[in-house]
Design a protein. Sequence first.
Length: 295
Amino acid sequence: MAELLTTDEAATYLRLSERKLYELVANGAVPCTKVTGKWLFPKAALDRWLAAGLLAPAALAHAPAPPIVGGSHDPLLEWALRESGSRLAGLPEGSEAGLQRLARGEVVAAAIHLHRLDGDDDAANVDAVAIAPGLHDAVLIAFARREQGLIVVAGNPLNLSDIASVAAKRAKLALRPQGAGAQLLLLSLFAHAGLALETLATVKPVAPTGPDIAQAVRAGRADCGIATRSVAQAAGLGFVPLLWERFDLVMRQRDYFLPGLQALASFLRTEAFHARGRELTGYDTAEAGDVRHVN
C-alpha cells in the first residue's frame, strides 16, 4: 500500500465512510495534509493514530490543554517562559513524564532531553517523538544544546573526571527520578563504561531537578551528580564536563499556533534570549526555534 493515501483509500483503510473521514479532518482529529487542493493521509501516521486509540469520542473533543510546559527542568527555559510574556507555567517532572502528560492533554508542551543506552543520542529526541503513542500530530522545536556533566564540590577535591572515576573512588552519587533525561544519561554513561548502577554509592532520596542535585552536593549529602553547567555555575560549585546534548520542546501541531507558544517561539529568536544563554553558560542557542521534526 502507498505511503500516502487518498481520501478514498484512507476511508477504506480505516473502514469509515468518506463523509465520516471528512468530519474527522474538519475537527483536526486525524493526521493528514493538503497538497494542491487534495487531502493526503500518511499511512504510518494513521497507524500510530489507531494504535493510540484516538478514535474514542473523548479524544475527538480536543479539550484545550492547560497552559503548562511539562517535562524537564532548565534554568534558561524557566527564564524564557517568564520573560517572553508567554503566560505559560512550568511543571518540571522529567522528560518521559512530560511526554506522557502531553499525550494525555495535561500540558500544552513538554521539554525533553532523552538518551539511549546505544545508538545516536543526537537523534534520541526525534526518534522518541516519532513513535510516541498519542502524539501522531507532534512537532519538535529546538530550544538549545546544553553542556551536561558532573556537579562536584568547588575545587573538585575528589579529582573526579568521568563516571568511571566516580565508581573507582566510591563517590556518593545523587540520582534523578526514573525517566528524567539526566537519569537516562547517567544510565547510558554507565552502560558505555561497563558499570552497573547497583555497584555505586548512591544517595537517597532522588533529586527532582538539577538544582536539587546542586543542593545535595552543597549540603554534603552527595559528592556529585549529573546536571548542567548552568546549574553548577549558579550554585557556585565545580563542574566536570561530559557531553553536549539536545534540549527540545515538543507540542501538538495545532497548539504550536496558540498565542502563548507563539510568544515563546518568537522570543527564542531574540538577542535577549541568546545573551541570557551566554550569561548562564553551557548553552548553544544557535538553532533555537528551528523545527527539528514533524510527525
